[in-house]
Design a protein around this ligand. Sequence first.
Ligand SMILES: [Zn+2]
Ligand SMILES: [Zn+2]
Length: 350
Amino acid sequence: MKAVVYHGANDLRLEVLPVPKISISEVLVKVAVCGVCPTDIKKIHYGTLPGPRVFGHETAGTIVKVGSAVKGWRPGDRVGLHHHVPCLHCHACQHHAFAQCPQYKRTGITAGFEPSGGGYAEYVRVLHFCLPGMVRIPNNCTFEQGALLEPVNTVLKGMKKLGLLPGDKVLVIGQGPIGLMFTRLLYIHGMQVAASDLLESRLQRAKEWGATCVVQAGKEESAGKLEKWAGKEKLDAVVLAVPSDAALKEAMAQLRGGGKVLLFAHTRRGNQTEIDLSNICVDEIDLLGSYSSDFLLQKEVAKLVFTRKIDTEVIVTHRFALEETASAISLAANPMESALKILVRVEKEA
Ligand SMILES: [Zn+2]
Ligand SMILES: [Zn+2]
């Protein structure tokens, strides 16, 4: 089978690998679509992991083989995959911190080599502990929707951490695919949303997805516009969907006492910043982080995506063939203005 193998920083090669063999407790999936996700881009760009391995973790496809000990699945079932699944028993899981669970940290889907997602290949093997993460794609829905369950899940998880009430005013900074998903989910859940970004086209999309106030980041008049929109009560929450420290400081100043900041894009180790700690102690502002998905939200996410309450297809702007994966990744790493969500279509007719 064809696979795009990572050998080190920015070194991706199209190679021929054997179709993975499965054990009696595993499933083989023929990949249809795999999303390009910033976490993979960073690993590829900075070469943070040793090669060889096959990345790609926002995967959807068709089951082609089912191990004899696996119940509930058949060849022909169309599925969206979750490469991380928590054990639900350990200390971290008991505290609902699934992303910190040792099992969750292990990737359980592979196209060969050490499991790393494997979606940039024609077939993936789904290890037994990842089977509970498979979601059936309804007949009237696409593989692309199946592939986007995972990023939507991460956003819904982040939103829930904010503990908002309908009517609350929330600013979402950054309107790339993730920021837009925040805008949409907050709107669907009854929040009033302000959106900021450098790019006008993204602000336009944010408006279409429910933002009632849009401001261009970095423009002088933006702060005043936002202040006016927030009113005397100020903002209830700010979501940072870009890793900007300047934006974090501005955000803190716009929050009401007891407001919340969600860091969603500060994924690089070593990032430091200065904050006035009395904002946290006296003003009771909560500085929160959220990473990866929440297994228990899968049904809710599937409903949101498959009923098109969040119509993920709207934000897919580029589709590449498997052979063009390196171009897909470099476009995602250096997006042109029109680029939002980028997918690799492993199956041409997917
Ligand atoms: Zn992802
Ligand atoms: Zn656990």
